[in-house]
Design a protein around this ligand. Structure first.
Ligand SMILES: NC(=O)c1ccc[n+]([C@@H]2O[C@H](COP(=O)([O-])OP(=O)(O)OC[C@H]3O[C@@H](n4cnc5c(N)ncnc54)[C@H](OP(=O)(O)O)[C@@H]3O)[C@@H](O)[C@H]2O)c1
Length: 379
């Protein structure tokens, strides 16, 4: 999902985020360690020698933490578990003790940065702590924070330009976080923010899906799709959903009115004139999705933007979703989760040290629901 990053580059919030990047990343760089020196004693040879020089001001030794950090873009080997200084929250920020961190396809894409422009962007941010989804406990609040206090259980979608989730402690901006749903464990909560907000923003903000409309969700068994099916149902839409054979039952359990096995049936043979398509797959699926949208309908894509000419020809609208942190929407997700209308699906949990395995799995593009890294025991 280099495309996610390309979107991030174009997004208006990017400039603001970039301006604060330097500070945050320099904060993540190993600080020179200051060792307390021995107190100066008057020499025995000259008991009443010259006045003793004042002891140098000692900087307190910074607390350290484990984090998965990259010093170069590349394959899974570039991910190293390191001891680095624990960041400190600035105004408007929280320091969160991370219990669990969600894994998203974009994490692997940021690490690989195969596209030239994105490689340059990532390289300008190195060293970089990966990870955009966290659930944990607030341990410190920066100046001006009003919605959270020490001890609160929270979850958050961290800005792509900053990352920092694969670590024992993460900086979370107040506007990225919401209180963790009480009904979810931290592992489950870490699966929600990025994928849940992407589904919400794609369906309701980009495509303006309304009650009573019909939506086709492509790639409905993955991280974003699992939320999209449930959110669309909760809004009162009719939901058609695609996935492979092994996920057909799952689609029905999530609430899909029609589950389509893309390995056996071409979706464009059974779907016609839907109001909205949310395409989590890309490529040929995006191209073919244009033909199943009714005139005046909407095609929202997560990968490449739909072809403008083809949209015009068909008389439909379309756009690429640009997911972004949004605490107010995350609070709405919390409410739906507490009302039991939406539930995350965690198919794998792995310790932080097994991040490579997690990235290998996410790169298959066939994971079910979410993979979550466990950073600490549930409190
Ligand atoms: N633009 C944005 O802001 C944004 C935000 C979030 C994610 N994304 C991107 O969106 C994509 C999806 O994200 P995700 O987290 O949902 O990925 P994911 O967890 O890897 O899920 C992908 C799902 O797609 C299904 N799939 C694969 N090929 C398919 C096909 N031809 N037809 C239908 N379903 C197919 C797979 O199901 P089967 O195993 O059953 O095939 C899998 O469950 C990624 O590329 C991600 O980087 C973009």
């Amino acid at each position: 999902m280099m495309d996610d990053l390309a979107g991030a580059l174009r997004a208006p919030w990017m400039a603001a985020v970039c301006s604060c990047l330097v500070g945050i990343l320099s904060c993540a760089a190993p600080a020179a360690e200051t060792r307390p020196s021995e107190p100066v004693q008057p020499s025995e040879a000259s008991p009443s020698a010259a006045p003793v020089a004042p002891a140098p001001q000692l900087e307190p030794k910074r607390a350290m933490m484990k984090a998965i950090r990259i010093h170069a873009v590349g394959d899974a080997d570039v991910m190293q578990q390191e001891e680095i200084p624990r960041p400190e929250p600035k105004a408007g920020e929280l320091l969160v003790r991370v219990i669990a961190a969600g894994v998203n396809p974009v994490d692997a894409k940021m690490r690989q940065a195969t596209r030239k422009d994105l490689r340059a962007l990532m390289e300008s941010r190195l060293p970089f702590v990966l990870g955009l989804d966290v659930a944990g406990v607030v341990t410190q609040v920066g100046e001006g924070v009003s919605r959270f206090k020490q001890g609160d259980a929270v979850y958050a979608f961290l800005d792509q330009a900053r990352g920092g989730g694969y670590a024992e402690y993460a900086i979370v901006k107040e506007g990225e976080a919401a209180l963790k749903p009480a009904s979810l464990s931290f592992k489950e909560a870490a699966a929600v923010p990025l994928a849940g907000l992407t589904a919400w923003q794609g369906l309701f903000e980009t495509a303006s899906l309304e009650k009573g409309q019909t939506v086709l969700i492509q790639g409905a068994s993955g991280g974003v799709g699992v939320f999209a099916v449930q959110l669309a149902k909760a809004r009162g839409a009719r939901v058609l959903a695609t996935a492979s054979t092994r996920n057909q039952e799952l689609l029905r359990e999530l609430g899909a009115d029609l589950a389509i096995d893309y390995t056996r049936t071409s979706f464009d043979r059974v779907v016609r004139n839907v109001d909205v398509v949310l395409d989590n797959v890309g490529g040929d699926t995006t191209k073919r999705s244009i033909d199943v949208v009714r005139r005046g309908g909407f095609l929202a894509t997560l990968l490449e933007a739909p072809d403008a000419e083809a949209l015009k020809k068909r008389g439909i609208q379309g756009a690429r979703v640009q997911a972004h942190p949004d605490a107010a929407t995350l609070e709405k997700m919390t409410a739906l989760i507490e009302e039991k209308k939406v539930r995350p699906l965690v198919s794998e949990t792995l310790p932080l040290s097994e991040v490579r395995t997690a990235h290998e799995m996410i790169a298959t593009r066939h994971t079910r629901g979410k993979i979550v890294l466990v950073v600490a025991e549930e409190p």
